[in-house]
Write a protein that binds this ligand. Structure first.
Ligand SMILES: *Cc1c(COP(=O)(O)O)cnc(C)c1O
Length: 413
């Protein structure tokens, strides 16, 4: 790619001209097609874990390296189950990242639990220090998000939670392949949730609750899998066994077709990881000397990236345009998936989090705004692109590298 050709936005030729959409996940291979078809004939609804639901959960637990995995209809419903299993109730508070997808925190608000929002480090993640700033006597739990696939500094966060007697919850929805200091994310907390919506491992819609605690596992069944499965799997001598028939009032089962997609994905997890890491390495190498953008990826010595998407950090001091102008110029080059994300952002001002009384039909109010300089710094300079990692992605990877290099060369100063 010659850096002297004019930008497409200024009448030049596009860096890439490939049919859209530029990112499709999962890759619908003949094998995936067969797996879903086979499940269609096997069962469309399972009342226990004797079929594909149990196979999916066992495979997911193996994948994370955790004792138990319980599937849910969504990551959101699984996070709600974590809140209830942790015993949180109105009057309690939870510490959560301000910079995250809102479903990290909204299930707590649903139950009238106060959410106290913590600031971010240079990867967009909370740290023990940013959590400590928001600690009050009402706080009983912490939820962290390994945002955009970068693991949070878990050793210090585990220490912080131990010292302050807080339940530690992890939202691993961006971080299916992430580890911190050699240990898989999702195994640090008392419980963790992996959304399997269109994430690096997907079931279409779905979520998985991970725990090493037998009691938490049984309670997770009560919060999503009432009746047959609970009666079969919950210890009859437990104090909550009388609830096995009805559960706690809601049903959040994953579909069997979703679970079949998940089993297929997990069977191919090694290949998915290998390909996505290779794409990440391509971008790291291709952007190594780029003064305008750099991968926002934690150093290898600290942890492994989760491979959901690739985050880039825009350096405004080295560019003659703003971050948003840079994104628009890349899109004009044909790199349509270069994106300044809108849904994952500072969620702390959302009015839902001021609505403390879960039984009030409507309590309009606005939460007090707090200073979150780390969040602002991260969000204002962040750009994301897909990590692809499937058959036929090569022209996209090469094309996006060309587009980023071309625009960077023109706007660098
Ligand atoms: C996707 C996502 C969720 C919600 O999961 P769903 O399966 O869509 O309900 C929660 N937290 C984060 C960080 C997510 O990316």
């Amino acid at each position: 790619m010659t850096t002297t050709s004019p930008l497409a936005a200024h009448g030049g030729t596009k860096a890439l001209d490939l049919p859209q959409p530029h990112y499709q996940w999962p890759a619908v291979t003949p094998e995936l097609d067969d797996a879903v078809r086979a499940q269609l004939h096997r069962s469309l609804s399972d009342r226990d874990a004797s079929g594909v639901i149990g196979e999916f959960e066992a495979a997911f637990a193996r994948f994370v390296g955790a004792p138990h995995a319980v599937s849910f209809a969504s990551g959101t419903s699984a996070i709600h189950a974590m809140s209830r299993i942790a015993g949180l109730r109105p009057g309690d508070a939870v510490l959560a990242p301000a910079y995250t997808f809102f479903a990290t925190a909204t299930p707590f608000a649903y139950d009238g639990i106060e959410v106290r929002f913590a600031d971010a480090d240079r990867y967009g993640n909370v740290t023990a220090a940013t959590l400590a700033e928001k600690l009050t006597p009402a706080v009983r739990a912490v939820i962290v998000t390994h945002v955009w696939g970068n693991p949070c500094p878990m050793d210090e966060i585990v220490d912080f939670c131990r010292t302050n007697d807080l339940v530690l919850l992890e939202d691993c929805s961006h971080a299916h392949f992430a580890s911190w200091k050699g240990r898989r994310v999702g195994t640090f907390g008392d419980m963790a949730v992996f959304s399997t919506n269109q994430k690096a491992i997907t079931t279409g819609e779905g979520g998985v609750l991970i725990t090493g605690n037998d009691r938490y596992r049984e309670l997770a069944l009560l919060f999503g899998h009432y009746n047959k499965r609970c009666q079969k799997e919950i210890d009859p001598s437990s104090e909550y066994y009388p609830y096995a028939f009805t559960g706690m009032g809601l049903k959040h089962r994953i579909t069997t077709l979703g679970a079949a997609i998940g089993v297929h994905q997990l069977d191919n997890a090694v290949d998915i990881e290998r390909r996505r890491r290779a794409v990440l390495a391509r971008f790291a190498a291709g952007l190594a000397d780029n003064p305008v953008i750099a991968p926002a990826v934690v150093p290898e010595a600290d942890g492994q990236h989760g491979l959901y998407v690739l985050g880039l950090r825009f350096n405004p001091e080295n560019a003659s345009v703003s971050r948003d102008e840079f994104v628009a110029l890349c899109q004009a080059e044909g790199a349509a998936e270069v994106d300044a994300p809108g849904s994952t952002r500072d969620i702390s001002p959302e009015p839902l989090f001021a609505r403390r009384d879960p039984f009030a039909p409507w309590v309009p109010s606005t939460p007090p705004t707090t200073e979150l300089p780390g969040v602002a710094r991260f969000a204002d300079t962040f750009i994301k692109i897909p990590l692809w990692g499937y058959e036929g992605d090569e022209p996209l990877v090469a094309g996006y590298l060309d587009a980023l290099a071309k625009v960077s060369a023109v706007v660098a100063r």
